[in-house]
Ligand binder design. Structure first.
Ligand SMILES: [Zn+2]
Length: 219
């Protein structure tokens, strides 16, 4: 940090984002757009990417990409899909109640297909980009079933990547009925330390998990 309280920017490096307010009421300057795909992940929709609905704080982007890189070894077959994040400048992001300052990210659940192998959950525009999908009590939707081990590994790697940058995870929202299955995976014990929302959120979080990252914002 220089005397003016601004992070020094190395030549060629991306400038850091500045978030304001809270996830419920906020904005962001200098946000970055997540890549549409990588070795083991894709965005939920090319249409939504074209609408630039996948902007985040630069620190959140770094955490997400580091976690995906680690997952290439930790969960080599899993196919991850990220969902809505936020607008370029933050602010109201319908239909979400949060996602306003670059620190909220939705992730679609990794799944197994009919053959029991890792698959990509389809998230077509006709189903509100996947948000209309409903998994049943046994965590199944058609031929797909939630891969709790791959999901737990993802949350674990996000937490590790956030900590490595001096950040953290403020809150995770996921259907509380599924939490015992998440905690029963190899990473379950570590995940119990995260702050999972206990009450009922305003929409069921069965096909996706919502993560708010802990990054300091300006007023
Ligand atoms: Zn969300």
């Amino acid at each position: 940090m220089c005397a003016w309280g601004m992070a020094a920017i190395a030549p060629g490096a991306t400038a850091a984002s500045n978030c304001h307010g809270t996830v419920n009421r906020g904005s962001i300057e200098g946000s970055v757009q997540l890549p549409p795909e990588g070795a083991n992940f894709t965005a939920y929709s090319p249409v939504a990417v074209a609408m630039r609905r996948n902007h985040v704080h630069s620190e959140v982007s770094a955490i997400i990409l580091e976690a995906y890189a680690k997952l290439e070894l930790a969960a080599p077959k899993a196919q991850y899909v990220y969902g809505e994040t936020g607008n370029e400048y933050g602010g109201r992001f319908r239909p979400h109640r949060t996602h306003q300052n670059g620190l909220s990210v939705d992730f679609f659940v990794p799944v197994h297909g009919r053959d029991g192998l890792p698959a990509r959950l389809p998230t077509p525009a006709t189903q509100h980009f996947g948000y209309d999908i409903e998994f049943d009590r046994t965590a199944r939707y058609g031929e797909y079933s939630i891969d709790f081990t791959a999901m737990a590994e993802h949350l674990y790697q996000l937490d590790q990547a956030a900590r490595a940058r001096g950040r953290g995870i403020a809150q995770v929202i996921f259907d509380t009925a599924y939490l015992p299955r998440l905690f029963a995976t190899p990473r379950g014990a570590a995940l119990k330390k995260l702050n999972f929302m206990k009450g009922k959120p305003w929409v069921r979080h069965d096909e996706h998990y919502h993560v708010d990252f802990a990054v300091p914002c300006l007023k």
